[in-house]
Write a protein that binds this ligand. Sequence first.
Ligand SMILES: Nc1ncnc2c1ncn2[C@@H]1O[C@H](COP(=O)(O)OP(=O)(O)OP(=O)(O)O)[C@@H](O)[C@H]1O
Ligand SMILES: [Mg+2]
Length: 367
Amino acid sequence: MESGCIYCIDDDEDILLLYKIVLGQAGHEVVTFLSGKEALKIVEKQNPNLIILDEKMRNDISGMEICKRIRKNKKIPYIPIIMVTALEDKQGKIRSLEEGIDDYILKPFDHEELLAKVMVMLRIKRLYMDLLKTRQDLVHAEKLAAVGQLAAAMAHEIRNPLSIINASVQFLKGKLHLEKEGREVMETVLRKITQIDGTIRELLVAARPMKFKQQAMDINKNAREVVGFIKEKCQAQEVELQLELEDSISEVMGEEEHLQRVFLNLFINALNSMSAGGILKVATQEEEDSIKITVEDNGLGIYEDDIEHLFEPFFSKQAGGSGLGLFVVKMIVDEFKGTIQVNSTVGQGTKFTITLPAIQKKKLKPI
Ligand SMILES: Nc1ncnc2c1ncn2[C@@H]1O[C@H](COP(=O)(O)OP(=O)(O)OP(=O)(O)O)[C@@H](O)[C@H]1O
Ligand SMILES: [Mg+2]
C-alpha cells in the first residue's frame, strides 16, 4: 500500500486527533494544522504527498482559498487535495473540483472510505513525481547531447587554426625585436590563446565521459597553485585573498588537473561577482572521513530561483559566459565521489562547499 506524508488542516482539534490515529495506524506520517495560514507557510518548503483540509474554518481562510493559493504558487509542485465538507452541495462541489480540489469526503467520514481515497491520491502523487523526474532526466539528457555535439564540432573547428596562430605568434615573438610595449601585447595575445584553448578543453571535458587518472592529491597544494594563477586578477580587482588551509589534512583520490579546474572555475566565478572588490576566502578542513573545501565570496550573490539551475549546462548570467563552468565542476566532483552545495544571499555573497572522501591515513601499528 502507498504511504506518505499527509497534511491535515482543520480548526477542530478532535478531528485532527482522529486523522492522526486513523491515518497513522495505516502507516502514514500525519502533520496537523489548526490554521490554514500556518499550513500554507510550510507547504511551500516541505512538499507533502497529500493535503486533507476542512472546507470551513472559523477565524481563518476557507479550505477553498487555501487550495487556490497552493495551485497559484508556481513553487509548489502538484499536491493532491481532499476537501472535507459537511454539506452535499452538488454545484459547490463541481465548482471546487474545477478550481483544483481533487476529491471530497463527507463529514462525518467513514474510516475505510477515507483510507481508500487517501491511497488513490497518494498513488496519483507518486505517478506525478515519477513523470516529473522522467521529464527532468530527458531535458538533462537532451542538453548533454547538445553539449556533446557542439563540443566536438567546436573543438575541431577552432583548435586546429588556434594551434597555428599560437605557433605563428611564438615564431614572431622570437624573430621580432620589439619594444617593451610590443612584447607585452605579444604576451597578452599568447595568454588569450591559452585561455581559449582552455575553454575548448573544458567543453570537451563536459562532452566526453571522463576517464580519470586516480592519484592521491594534496588538496592544499592544488588550491595554492590555482590561487597563484589568479593573484594578479585579485590585486587588479582589489579582492583580498584569505587562505585558511588546514595543516596536514588527508589526501583525496582524483586527478590533479581536474581538481585545479574545479578551483579555477569557482575562483573565477567569485571574482566575476566582485568587480567592485571584496574578499575571496578559500578554506579546507578535515572532517571524520572527508575533506571539506569552501570557496566563499562577498559578491553579488545568486537569486534563489537561479540556484537550482547553476549546475546545468549553458546556464549563465555572466556577460560572455558559456555556462559550462559549474557544469564541469559538478561532473568532476561527482567523479571524485564527492558532493557540492551552494549557499547564497543576493547582495551578501556566495559560498560553495565541496566534500570529498578522504584517503584514510595509515594508522601506526602498535609495537
Ligand atoms: N560566486 C558566484 N557569485 C555569483 N554568481 C555566481 C557565482 N558562481 C556562479 N554564479 C552564477 O552562475 C552562473 C553559472 O556559472 P558557470 O561558471 O557555470 O558559468 P559562467 O561563469 O556564466 O560561464 P563559464 O562557462 O565561462 O564559467 C554564472 O553566470 C553566474 O550568474
Ligand atoms: Mg564560470
